[in-house]
Design a protein around this ligand. Structure first.
Ligand SMILES: Nc1nc2c(c(=O)[nH]1)N[C@H]1C(S)=C(S)[C@@H](COP(=O)(O)O)O[C@H]1N2
Ligand SMILES: [Mo]
Length: 549
């Protein structure tokens, strides 16, 4: 279920590094070179060649990003990377000094630095294009790496930085050839233009083309961002039935567990979308139809007019291996899905709610689960205090506590048909995964890490356990296959969320294996029978091997 979750390895494109001997004999230089000396580009022109080619590269990246995936803009990705790796004092200083203008200031500062580097690249290439091409290519690779390692990455995202790299190197060589004075030949280039006029025209063309592409890319990519901001602002202004505050005692991050709520940027992401859909909230609508008494057609405003509720829910992916990290928790805000289905009037016999996303993905959710009064299934529009992030389903997604995501958590949802499991099959059901997929009771050991070498003395084991929607009543640990002993549970938030735990162990020197097992609220303990994720979720006890000095 995680075909695109893996990082793709990246091999640098070396083609731009080769320097070629160029034929310049048919045209003449803007300035006549000194007899006998190798031709050189005048300083001003050399710097301009560098600046224009990097501008063209950034504009090309912006345009392709705007067309395909706004998050893949190499310029913005580099900016994000700078922010992510800035020391705290610097970001605090920037916020204090510039307030909400801190990002525009950063981007402008980046532009200045890049322009200086680009000018130097040009100046380093007054004779041969080689050095400048290398610098431009290095800038391109930096953009590429920033996009590749951004918190959100889809395969299509490589196209924008690739376009930037290719255009940057290409334009540099092209302008360089036009700027380089020739040693001999007529003063007129073909078409009756002087060489200087040709250079001026080429430069102007690059400048104007870059401006158009850059502005076009920004405008194209902006719709979703603006729409998200508007939704975030409206959610803040509307009354929402808030989830209870998370008590600080519910998580043990100081012992190595995750924070209780997962920041949106760290929330696990799984989908088959090559390109993140960019539907705006205004354009969104969804039909609830099929085996219903009253077909519903909902707009985003319709959702905002309904009672909004916030629920803290731990989502889990069926592909999560034992010990894996495809599990995260958020405060989701949305409309109660059961209420909508009651209004639509599901006809008897309809056992499947078949949902489809705007990118064509589809899945089926059991109607009886959605209709459970205490289930709390949501048509969600908010996540951790903001609109859904684009990669987590903006503008609207489903979230159903207790079911793995592949049978319940349709992102970018636009359609729900009430039907039967006999009539239609979901995307992953067609590929060998299960039809019904309640989340299995599981536990995970977060500390110690595998193969850790710990000092002598007391060892604290800590982790998480989950059994949505019932909750966890007990976690036990054992060392080296010995007796199970009870771990201490952190404060429970609800059955729909993970629960953290810890256990202090006194261990002798040497290597040890610790295992854990969780018991749900009904007294049922997780199975020790190992199973692969396919078809309905991994099982078995997690184990961590470590050594004590
Ligand atoms: N449109 C769409 N929705 C989808 C998927 C998808 O591939 N496409 N994947 C599902 C799976 S398998 C999971 S586990 C959850 C993950 O949601 P998240 O990426 O917000 O964590 O989304 C579900 N919804
Ligand atoms: Mo999943």
């Amino acid at each position: 279920m995680a075909p695109f979750a893996d990082r793709h390895t990246f091999r640098a494109n070396r083609s731009g590094f080769r320097s070629e001997t160029r034929c310049v004999s048919t045209t003449e230089a803007p300035q006549r070179p000194e007899p006998g000396a190798a031709p050189r580009i005048p300083r001003g022109w050399a710097a301009l060649v560098g600046v224009l080619s990097v501008a063209a590269a950034l504009a090309a990246g912006q345009l392709v990003a705007g067309l395909l995936s706004p998050a893949s803009s190499p310029y913005l990705a580099v900016g994000d990377t700078v922010i992510r790796f800035s020391p705290q004092w610097l970001t605090e200083f920037a916020k204090a000094a510039f307030g909400t203008a801190d990002k525009p200031v950063l981007l402008a500062g980046m532009a200045v630095v890049i322009a200086v580097v680009a000018a130097l690249a040009g100046l380093a290439s007054r004779r041969r294009p080689g050095p400048g091409v290398v610098v431009v290519a290095v800038l391109g690779v930096l953009g590429f790496v920033a996009v590749l390692f951004a918190p959100v990455f889809a395969p299509v995202d490589v196209l924008a930085p690739t376009a930037a790299l290719v255009v940057g190197v290409g334009v540099f060589r092209w302008l360089h050839a036009r700027a380089l004075p020739s040693t001999a030949g007529p003063a007129e280039a073909s078409g009756g233009l002087t060489r200087r006029a040709l250079l001026v025209r080429s430069s102007l063309a690059v400048a104007l083309g870059s401006a158009a592409a850059g502005v076009g890319g920004v405008l194209l990519g902006r719709g979703v961002g603006d729409s998200r901001q508007a939704v975030t602002a409206r959610l803040a202004a509307l009354p929402v039935d808030r989830a209870p505050a998370i008590p600080p005692t519910a998580a043990l991050p100081e012992l190595g567990t995750p924070t209780f709520l997962t920041p949106n940027a760290d929330f696990y992401r799984i989908d088959v979308a090559l390109r993140i859909p960019d539907e705006t909230a205004d354009a969104w609508s969804m039909r609830i139809h099929g085996m219903v008494e009253n077909e519903l057609e909902l707009t985003f405003d319709d959702l905002l007019r309904r009672p909004l509720v916030e629920r803290t829910i731990t989502m889990t992916c069926v592909s999560n291996p034992v010990g894996g990290d495809l599990i995260s928790t958020a405060n989701f805000v949305g409309v109660d899905l059961r209420e909508l289905l009651l209004e639509a009037g599901v006809r008897p016999g309809a056992d499947q709610a078949f949902s489809t996303s705007v990118d064509g993905w589809y899945t089926g959710t059991p109607v009886d689960v959605l209709m459970e009064p205490d289930r709390g299934a949501l048509l969600a529009i908010g996540m951790n205090g903001e609109a859904l992030p684009p990669e987590h389903g903006f503008p609207v997604r489903m979230v159903v506590p207790g079911l793995y995501g592949f049978v319940s958590a349709t992102k970018w949802i636009v359609d729900m048909e009430l039907t039967t499991f006999a009539a239609k099959a979901g995307y992953w059901l067609e590929r060998g995964w299960a039809e019904k997929a309640p989340i299995k009771t599981q536990s995970r050991i977060d500390s110690p890490r595998g193969f850790a070498s710990l000092p002598a003395g007391r060892v604290t084991v800590a982790g998480i356990a989950w059994s949505q929607p019932d909750g966890i009543s007990r976690v036990e640990v054992r060392v080296d296959g010995g007796a199970w002993r009870e771990a201490e549970l952190a404060t429970e938030v609800s059955g729909d969320t993970w629960r953290m735990w810890r256990a202090d162990l006194d261990l002798g020197p040497g290597s040890h294996t610790v295992q854990s097992r969780a018991t749900d609220a009904n007294g049922v303990t997780q199975t020790d029978v190992p199973a692969e994720p396919i078809p309905d979720g991994a099982s078995g006890y997690p184990a961590v091997l470590f050594s004590v000095a």
